[in-house]
Each structure stands twice: as structure tokens, then as C-alpha cells.
Design a protein around this ligand. Structure first.
Ligand code: SF4
Length: 326
């Protein structure tokens, strides 16, 4: 694997300024890297800050939210310093994003073909005819056997899974180095979900991309990611390879997530093993942000927030139960 990361996020802080002088620290000091050709999963419950992290990387944070600090180095360029015009170029050319519900990104009044061709022509100097040929080719690659017909169809004429495939074709039309996939299959049934995730794996190989996969589902992480970062309370609480995370989860939150996974040899009652809910980002508990839900909470956990430390080689956790390895 190449040593230079394609994306390097350092001490990223994205805050939301709410009524009553409340500040929601949705992303609060997040650091990570993604290397070429990797799929890195960002996992956590809803409200943990994972989607705000991905939107921050794309610089799609609107008021009352603001990126308050840190850097986002993409191929060595700090995205935070770029103008909106420069950022639009990056978003279209080198970085693309797919969402849980493709209808929010697809335009209902244009055909699928129009949308792919427009994206192609925005980023490449090609004729309409060339764009048509490429759009048909892309639709075939993402699994539309009758691509010449699909190209004339509107988003509402496609099923949920097919819309997600069309969205992937649009994302691929700019040949991105990084694809951010935010819960790309949550709205789909299990069979279609597996097909779309396999398609993403294939596209990663074919187009030499890296993928940042945002999900709440550790089952998906196990099957499709190389490395995983677990997020809670706007911070990364554990980060390691997928194998290591499943073999030896360190953080009590990760263990809770793993225990919540359905398993054939496990009692159904164990589902939902973590008590309580993710606290709102304007009201984290004092000390460790997981302290009000953690079965191992000690006195010091209520006093200060632990740092993310390297506990084993290539395995970091943010928890007072562990000491830094030397
Ligand atoms: Fe639990 Fe304390 Fe570790 Fe936080 S620091 S996860 S409260 S043991």
C-alpha cells in the first residue's frame, strides 16, 4: 500500500450554533487518514457525528454549522482554505458522494442519461455524442443490462436499488479518487444492499478509488472495509483494522455495538446491549462522553475526557481502562 494518504483529516472541529447560545460540537477534534485503494468505515449510532464529518470533508456544512478548526488535506491541498468555486471543482472531479436516499441527489425532472451526461460534460471536454456513449457504458458497468433504455428513464421509474446504481454511475462519471458513501444501502432490503455494496467493492478496484464508508452497521464493516473508526460524541473512540476490531475490541462503546449485532448463537434479548441514547452534541456529559452509558465508568471518567491513544500497534482507543503502549 502506498504511504501517502489521499485524505488526511487533522483536528477537525465542526460546530453548530443553536438558539439560546447553545453550541453543538458535532465533530470535535477528529483525526484520520485514508490511503489510496482503501475502504475506511466510519461507524457509530445516529447522532455520533459521522455524517457531519463526511459533509465537512465535502465542505457542505450550512449555517448554523461551521467548520471551526483543523485541516482537511486532500491530495496535499487543504480544502478548508479553498474558495467555494475551487471546492466545486474538487467535488465534481476528485471527490464524489453518494447518499442513503438517491432521490435527494437525483433531479426528478431530468432523465438518468441527462444527469450522467451533464456530469460528464461538466468535467471533461467531450461532445454530446461522446458523453452519450460514455453514459451508456457507465450504466452497463453499474449493472443496467438495458442501458440504452435506462438512459431515457426518469428517477421515479427506477426501483430504490436501481436509483442507487444510477447515483453511483453519476458519482463515477468524474472518476473520483475518493468516494464518500453515507449509509448508501440503509434504505434498501438485504439482498439489494449486498448487491450495491459488492458493486462498490468492484468499482473501487476498477476505478482505483478510496472509499469512506459511513454506516451504523458493523456487519457491513466486517464484509466491506479494510479499516474502521468508531465514532461517539463527535470524536473517534477507537480506530484499527477490521480484523483487529472484531478480534479484540477495546472501547466499551465498540463492545456494546458488537454485542448488539444479531447472531445465530446469541439470545435475541441481547440486542440493543448499550443502555441509553447518544447525548445531544450540545449536552455531552462531563468527562468521558460515553460515561453516562458505560458499564465500566469509574470516578475519573466523570472528571475528564480521555485522549485517543495507541494501545496496541495500529490500534487506538479513547478510554481510561487502557494505557498507551510504548
Ligand atoms: Fe467507560 Fe471510562 Fe472508558 Fe469512558 S473512559 S469508555 S466511561 S471506562
Amino acid at each position: 500500500m502506498e504511504k501517502t494518504p489521499i485524505l488526511e483529516v487533522k483536528d477537525l472541529k465542526t460546530y453548530f450554533y443553536l438558539e439560546g447560545n447553545k453550541v453543538a460540537k458535532a465533530v470535535d477534534g477528529v483525526d484520520f487518514q485514508i490511503y489510496p485503494g482503501e475502504t475506511v468505515a466510519l461507524v457509530g449510532e445516529s447522532g455520533s457525528g459521522k455524517s457531519i464529518t463526511s459533509l465537512s470533508i465535502m465542505k457542505l456544512i450550512d449555517k448554523p454549522g461551521k467548520i471551526e478548526g483543523g485541516s482537511i488535506l486532500f491530495s496535499g491541498t487543504d480544502l478548508i482554505s479553498l474558495t467555494e468555486k475551487q471546492m466545486t471543482k474538487i467535488r465534481g472531479n476528485d471527490m464524489a458522494m453518494i447518499f442513503q436516499e438517491p432521490m435527494t441527489a437525483l433531479n426528478p425532472v431530468f432523465t438518468i442519461g441527462n444527469q450522467i451526461m451533464e456530469s460528464l460534460r461538466k468535467h471533461q471536454k467531450i461532445s454530446k455524442k461522446e458523453a452519450y456513449i460514455k453514459a451508456v457504458e457507465l450504466l452497463k458497468i453499474v449493472g443496467f443490462p438495458r442501458a440504452e433504455e435506462t438512459i431515457r428513464e426518469y428517477p421515479h421509474q427506477l426501483s430504490g436499488g436501481m436509483r442507487q446504481r444510477a447515483m453511483i454511475a453519476i458519482a463515477l462519471s468524474c472518476n473520483p479518487k475518493l468516494l464518500i458513501a453515507d449509509e448508501p444501502t440503509t434504505a434498501l432490503d438485504a439482498t439489494i444492499q449486498a448487491q450495491i455494496l459488492t458493486l462498490l467493492d468492484e468499482m473501487k478496484e476498477k476505478f482505483h478509488m478510496s472509499i469512506l464508508l459511513i454506516t451504523h452497521d458493523l456487519g457491513i464493516v466486517a464484509e466491506h472495509a479494510d479499516r474502521v473508526m468508531v465514532m461517539y460524541g463527535g470524536q473517534i473512540v477507537e480506530s484499527t483494522s477490521v480484523e483487529r476490531l472484531f478480534e479484540n475490541p477495546l472501547h466499551p462503546y465498540t463492545r456494546g455495538l458488537l454485542e448488539s449485532l444479531p447472531s445465530i448463537d446469541r439470545e435475541v434479548e441481547r440486542l440493543g446491549a448499550i443502555k441509553g441514547i447518544v447525548p445531544p452534541a450540545f449536552n455531552f456529559p462531563k468527562g468521558c462522553r460515553f460515561s453516562d452509558r458505560c458499564p465500566y465508568a469509574m470516578e475519573e471518567c466523570h472528571q475528564s475526557n480521555p485522549k485517543l491513544l495507541e494501545i496496541e500497534t495500529n490500534h487506538q482507543a479513547r478510554c481510561f481502562l487502557y494505557k498507551e503502549s510504548v
